[in-house]
Write a protein of this length. Structure first.
Length: 232
């Protein structure tokens, strides 16, 4: 997706505050069509936008003994990605917004955040608490280390997205800034801040990151991905 598509999608989307409400008591039958109702003997569960459910709660105040509201966002424009048909391993606690593309046999670990328009290629791994920003492109067999940040580009609209080439390893807590391209089979050391493009088969480290050597057999042996982890 380009920035215009994303901007138009967010600006035109209906802003919602989805909630789940557990009610002890009863309610009347005047329920908007986009509110789900699970009615028990003396309890009700409502799922929908709070602007509709709030009216139901006020209208049925005398029939309700008490209620509990589950809520995790406010005026959200973009829902989370529907994960049921994604052919990858996605662990609990990962936050993935709609319009994200995830390839086959990927691993998305706990706490990872992937923003709208990002692309994750086949067999890539996004480790714990890593952040993949809007429109970032992560190609095949990439390892994004824990706590790493791949910058997103929604603003300014002129910025180019980050592109991470095939077979790249990004170390823990590394930061890849807007518009940077990391060439295939490169390694970014832990904690590095990459401000410029990295050529293929390079090892970079430091703040800002600098070339320290070219990939050799020793580096390859230390940065291999485990195919066994990517089997479903």
């Amino acid at each position: 997706m380009d920035y215009k598509e994303i901007a138009n999608l967010i600006s035109s989307a209906e802003k919602k505050t989805p909630v789940k409400v557990h009610i002890k008591g009863s309610i009347d039958k005047r329920i908007p069509k986009d509110v789900l109702v699970f009615d028990g003997n003396d309890s009700v569960v409502l799922i929908g936008d709070y602007k509709h459910i709030e009216k139901i709660l006020k209208r049925n105040k005398s029939k309700i003994q008490y209620y509990h509201i589950e809520n995790n966002c406010r005026n959200s424009a973009i829902p989370l990605l529907d994960l049921k048909k994604i052919n990858s391993r996605i662990e609990p606690g990962a936050v993935i917004r709609d319009k994200v593309k995830i390839g086959r046999n990927c691993i998305i670990m706990m706490g990872a955040v992937i923003n709208i328009g990002a692309e994750i290629g086949d067999q890539s791994m996004v480790d714990m608490n890593a952040v993949i920003g809007a429109r970032a492109v992560v190609r095949k067999r990439v390892h994004i280390g824990a706590g790493a940040v791949i910058a997103g580009v929604l603003e300014p609209p002129s910025a180019r997205p980050v592109v991470i080439g095939d077979d790249v390893l990004i170390g823990a807590n590394a930061v890849i800034l807007e518009g940077v391209e990391i060439g295939r089979r490169s390694v970014v050391a832990a904690g590095a801040v990459v401000t410029e493009n990295v050529k293929p088969n390079s090892v970079v480290a430091g703040v800002p990151a600098k070339l320290i050597k070219k990939i050799d057999s020793k580096t390859i042996s230390k940065t291999q991905i485990l195919k066994e982890l990517r089997k479903l």
